[in-house]
Design a protein around this ligand. Structure first.
Ligand SMILES: Cc1cc2nc3c(=O)[nH]c(=O)nc-3n(C[C@H](O)[C@H](O)[C@H](O)COP(=O)(O)OP(=O)(O)OC[C@H]3O[C@@H](n4cnc5c(N)ncnc54)[C@H](O)[C@@H]3O)c2cc1C
Length: 428
């Protein structure tokens, strides 16, 4: 049995995998601590790619990172399992097995003990208990959900082709934050690509994409100027942007608004806000916000237990009492991961815990292949190809954090070549 301080990270997403890599490469490699990463899946995918996977413009298999293979290279252990409960009194977490097969001899839960626990399990869509959302909407919380949407979209095209019937298609996205806007724009790309590859029974002109927002304008987290510019761009792409529309209920055919109106849509995607995953919101004895997220100090320690940290989307972190909690963004998760590397080194040495400081590098929203809009450093507006290049570079920075700069560079070249030869849309 190892005497080393055992740091257990739960959730190998945008933040968790960067943290496990950097802790593995430092404390793990020098045997100053034992690092374990738990995830419910066998592979990692960077969540901001999910709208491209859903629209079929990105092939997910090329972008996945296998946790076991990655762990072996970066001096940490990978544990496959789904977090079910945390027992701070015993310093133990309980995991259920996620990959059941006929070869498995037991389905008993796994208990894993820790000295320091770091929770980074992300978020799920918040349906605000709107009737019909769970039954009739797609979500973009995981790769599996993005792939289900991609398959449903593809099969509508294949069905029209097989039946040789020309038809229209109505897609509605509820929520015009970054996720909804990016998906809407990406679907414009998809409808052109399907047509180009001969799936021509659904003419791009007969695909209606509606983007529905409850607030007065789209992209509420960004400035009005950026939102106006994005709205104009989306309208030029023939996307129907509906603002100040509160969804009351949804059924198989329609989306009903609280003003008595409704619209028809075959494919409906819910992207109207986030909340903590149930395993976090159901944890007993922890302070949480109204979205069920764990409230943390600027050290990223939970208020109830200094041995338990939380960061990324599942944490509510306020650094300045005059400001709102940090937004659920990959940029926040990534900076917190880098901070926690130093925080863990200080902890192992018995030093005082540092305080996290966030440096807002801006927000960028992709408007498909060659365009993006956003703000740098919270005020400089950028748009067009330059903004898109910066947007793409965010993924490259994530790749550099988990693979190192050389491999990230090789992957950039590989992607460039693949894009030249692969179909522009996934047709299987
Ligand atoms: C379509 C889309 C586009 C986006 N675009 C942007 C963008 O352009 N810029 C930006 O900054 N942000 C963007 N975001 C938000 C960004 O993806 C999140 O803020 C970020 O991924 C949060 O990182 P995280 O590490 O907290 O969680 P995640 O990246 O969500 O990772 C959570 C991990 O925890 C694992 N997990 C969950 N529950 C359990 C459990 N019970 N047991 C074990 N493992 C578990 C999951 O499998 C996953 O690997 C986008 C999100 C979406 C959906």
């Amino acid at each position: 049995m190892s005497e080393l301080h055992h740091i257990v990270i739960v959730g190998g997403g945008a933040g968790g995998l960067e943290l496990a890599t950097q802790l593995g490469n430092t404390l793990g490699k020098s045997r100053k601590a034992r690092i374990s990463l738990v995830d419910q899946k066998l592979t990692h995918i960077w969540k901001p790619l999910l709208h491209e996977i859903a629209a079929g413009t990105m092939n997910p298999s090329a972008e996945e990172t296998n946790y076991y293979a990655h762990a072996a290279r970066h001096y940490y252990e990978f544990v496959l399992g789904q977090l079910e409960d945390v027992h701070p009194d015993r310093k133990e977490i309980i995991l259920s097995r996620t990959q059941s097969s006929k070869y498995e001899s037991t389905t008993a839960p796994i208990a894993l003990s820790y000295d320091t626990l770091i929770l980074a399990v992300g978020s799920v869509s918040n349906d605000f208990n709107t009737p019909g959302v769970q039954q009739y909407c797609h979500f973009l919380d995981s790769m599996a959900q993005a792939e289900i949407f991609q398959q449903d979209l593809l099969h509508l095209y294949l069905d029209a082709q097989n039946k040789n019937i020309e038809r229209d298609l109505k897609i509605a996205i509820i929520g015009a934050g970054a996720t909804g806007v990016e998906l809407a724009a990406e679907l414009v790309e998809s409808k052109q690509n399907f047509y180009q590859y001969g799936l021509n029974k659904i003419n791009p002109q007969h695909v209606q994409i509606s983007l529905i927002e409850g607030a007065e304008r789209i992209l509420p987290a960004l400035s009005e100027k950026i939102a106006d510019h994005a709205t104009e761009q989306l309208r030029q792409m023939d996307i129907d942007v509906l603002t100040a529309r509160r969804v009351e209920k949804i059924d198989a055919e329609k989306i009903y608004f609280n003003d008595g109106h409704s619209i028809t849509a075959e494919l409906k995607v819910w992207a109207a806000g986030i909340k903590a995953p149930p395993v976090i919101s159901n944890l007993k004895g922890f302070e949480k916000d109204r979205m069920g997220r764990l409230i943390v100090y600027a050290t990223l320690q939970t208020r109830s237990d200094p041995n338990i940290f939380a960061f990324g989307d599942c944490a509510h972190c306020v650094l300045d009492a005059r400001e709102a909690a940090l937004a659920p963004r990959a940029q926040v998760a990534s900076q917190q991961a880098a901070f926690l590397v130093d925080a863990m080194k200080a902890r192992i040495r018995g030093k005082q815990q540092p305080m996290f400081q966030f440096s807002d590098r801006g927000s960028l929203v992709s408007l498909s292949k060659n365009k993006a809009v956003g703000e740098l450093l919270g005020q400089v507006n950028v748009q067009g190809f330059i903004a898109k290049s910066m947007y793409v570079s965010l993924y490259r920075i994530h790749q550099a954090a988990i693979y190192g700069y050389t491999q990230a560079g090789i992957l950039t070249v590989k992607d460039f070549v693949t894009r030249k030869i692969a179909p522009k849309i996934k047709l299987h």
